[in-house]
Design a protein around this ligand. Structure first.
Ligand code: BTN
Length: 321
């Protein structure tokens, strides 16, 4: 089990109320010197947190924050490990496969080496988003891994809808979009296969409330849950619990019936259904009108040659870069 920096976190828990706390009071409460408090504050800033110091008043976060809390993330479905800092929640589960049970979850406030698809980095600032991974022992084997991200995308949107967060759509094969901007991405990674059974880790990064400063590192149009619900505050612990439950239920269903029970659910949520798109596959490009997915998880494009199924590539709006 990873060791957490407890004093640093204890300071953050006190600052989370958005009020001023003097270095002296923090030091006394936690049994450390004021100099030690100052050192921890500096390393909290390294996570990207904005902490002000005002003479005579002490330290204060730029705004109050709700921290992830393992006790509030309800899952009677498997183990849930919550970390303040980690390299990557996917990597953590991949490293611990032999000890994991079906549906084990890892969440973190900050990822030092969060990764996206195609070797991209996943920008993972502290405390405002969700970085969630789940382990699954896929009895259907490697061949079924392709459809997983589609089923998980559907499970995620349906969980958001239950929380009254509406209008989120899916972009084949791994993204959640809102008004043509990216809200979340899924990364499915394989640990190995034994006798036809595959160990997979499914990870999702969902933007909840990204600051202008953090957004500068994101290289495509993006949005966050807070922009969708505007005036309502998002409870990340409740959201994480809802996702865990929905993913779990969906994975069980996926194991039984594959993608067949998901095809019409996908169609309702497909951001590009009926729209002209380009499918970019390395040097090759295919144009057509988006017609959803098939039972193997391939994307269907309709053009002069009829309807063709493709298993790889990235969708882009036709005419857009
Ligand atoms: C993508 O859109 O490229 C997929 C992004 C997946 C990011 C998540 S965050 C939780 C998990 N841990 C990682 O290192 N990556 C995934």
């Amino acid at each position: 089990m990873k060791k957490e920096p407890t004093t640093k976190l204890a300071i953050l828990h006190r600052l989370a109320d958005g009020q001023f706390h003097s270095g002296e009071a923090l030091g006394q409460a936690l049994g450390v010197s004021r100099a030690a408090v100052a050192k921890h504050i500096k390393s909290l800033k390294d996570w990207g947190l904005e902490i002000y110091r005002v003479q005579g008043k002490g330290y204060c976060l730029d705004k109050p924050m709700q921290l992830l809390d393992g006790d509030k993330i309800v899952s009677n479905l498997g183990r849930v490990d919550v970390f303040a800092e980690i390299d990557s929640t996917n990597q953590y589960l991949l490293d611990h496969v032999p000890e994991l049970e079906q549906g084990s979850v890892c969440l973190a406030e900050y990822q030092a080496a969060g990764r996206g698809r195609r070797g991209r980095k996943w920008v993972s600032p502290f405390g405002h988003n969700l970085y969630l991974s789940m382990y699954w022992n896929l009895s259907a084997g490697l061949g079924a891994a392709m459809g997983l991200s589609l089923a998980i995308g559907i499970a995620t949107v349906e969980a958001l809808e239950k929380l009254d967060i509406h209008g989120v759509k899916l972009k084949w094969p791994n993204d959640l979009y809102y008004q043509d901007k990216k809200l979340a991405g899924v990364l499915v990674e394989l640990s190995g296969q034994t006798g036809g059974v595959a160990d997979v880790v499914i990870g999702m990064g969902m933007n909840i409330a990204i600051s202008e400063q953090d957004s500068q590192a994101i290289t495509q149009p993006w949005t966050c849950v807070q922009d969708i619900v505007a005036e309502r505050d998002i409870d990340r612990n409740q959201l994480a619990s809802a996702l865990i439950e929905s993913w779990h239920q969906t994975l069980v269903e996926y194991e039984v019936s594959g993608l067949s029970s998901f095809l019409t659910r996908w169609q309702r949520l497909d951001n590009y259904f009926g729209r002209p798109v380009r499918l970019i596959m390395g040097e090759q490009q295919h144009q057509g009108v988006m017609k959803g997915i098939n039972e193997q998880g391939a994307v269907l494009l309709e053009n002069e040659q009829g309807t063709q199924a493709f298993f790889g590539g990235e969708i882009s709006m036709r005419g857009a870069d």
